[in-house]
Write a protein that binds this ligand. Sequence first.
Ligand SMILES: *[C@@H]1O[C@H](CO)[C@@H](O)[C@H](O)[C@H]1NC(C)=O
Length: 200
Amino acid sequence: MVLCFLVHTVGPVSALSSGESRVLYSRAFGPDEGFRSERDRELSPDERRLLQKEKAAVVARQVRSAVALSREASDRQLVELMPGDEALALQEADSGVVRLRAGEPFSEETSALWLGVQSLGFTLVCEPHENLLLAEGTLRNLTRHCLEHLHMLGQGSEVLLRSNRIDALLSRLLPHGQLLFLNHRFAQSLEKEVLAYMAK
Ligand SMILES: *[C@@H]1O[C@H](CO)[C@@H](O)[C@H](O)[C@H]1NC(C)=O
């Protein structure tokens, strides 16, 4: 089960560690949408939204430092890519997993899988026993569709997010937070469906 998906900034390509991470999109899954503890369940909808935002911010911050560390360690020269370079951007993406301890910010331990694409982070938070290989494939596909159809490259932090489109992507590729095992034919028909929707 995936607990949440978020898109956030990880800092400009040229300046690795300055500034905060800004959450551009976040979506929680599950019957209680990541609210596991008794205390959380008694919250009003507004309080839940606020808490959800705080949790997303904690995850984004952790991933942001992981991305910065990974980039520092890899010592690769990052070049700023432009619209049209989506495939290359995905190929060159940094990736990793951050273990989030219980309470930081979810009540149970979780794994945050991330892809750092230029100045953006794409992150899936999974339960610890989740199939991480499948989760990574799903994260790559989600990221690919976001990059290709939502024109997210080359706009720095001004990236304009059409969140209803991401909602629609998630409902297909990650319905209710469930990772899908796709056979070839189903993957193809899903791909067509997404293309048709995104072309609207
Ligand atoms: C990702 O998309 C490709 C191409 O549609 C597909 O073959 C693959 O099964 C997908 N992977 C996952 C984990 O959804």
